[in-house]
Write a protein that binds this ligand. Structure first.
Ligand SMILES: [Zn+2]
Length: 143
């Protein structure tokens, strides 16, 4: 486990402000994770980032609440001992007012020390004033 408390330190998603300073959790994904009933993430990238933070913090209820209902799993199991190392947003495309895609790389290390890069192009859909994660395509590393 990290010695840094992600709820008071920099946001796990790694977002920075205009001066490249890390934004604190409470001012970044914490707003959505801790009050998702009243404060939905305002765009697909913010939702993507907040879902990464939810994986880091093992907040299953947030992950389920932001999963589009037809694609939502019954429950989420977190792999024990996983350490998330960082999130890198590669691209964002707004397809129309209610559909967007975000391509990202998330890095993690398992309890046995195996490092993995999860490279995915995720699809998001908006219903009312809320964005939801729909699904995603894993991207194969370039040969
Ligand atoms: Zn964040």
């Amino acid at each position: 486990m990290s010695a840094i408390d992600p709820t008071t330190g920099p946001c796990p998603c790694g977002r920075t402000d205009r001066r490249d300073k890390p934004i604190g959790y409470a001012l970044c994904c914490g707003r959505y994770l801790d009050d998702f009933e009243n404060t939905p993430a305002p765009d697909a990238e913010s939702l993507m980032r907040s879902r990464y933070s939810a994986f880091v913090l093992e907040r299953a209820e947030y992950l389920l609440a932001t999963w589009y209902v037809s694609k939502r799993p019954a429950s989420i199991e977190f792999e024990p001992g996983i350490k998330w190392l960082g999130l890198d947003i590669r691209s964002r495309s707004v397809l129309d007012a209610d559909h967007a895609e975000v391509e990202f790389v998330a890095r993690q290390r398992s309890s046995t020390g195996t490092a993995t890069r999860l490279h995915e192009r995720s699809r998001f859909v908006r219903e009312g004033d809320r964005w939801y994660y729909l699904d995603g395509d894993l991207q194969q590393p370039l040969a």
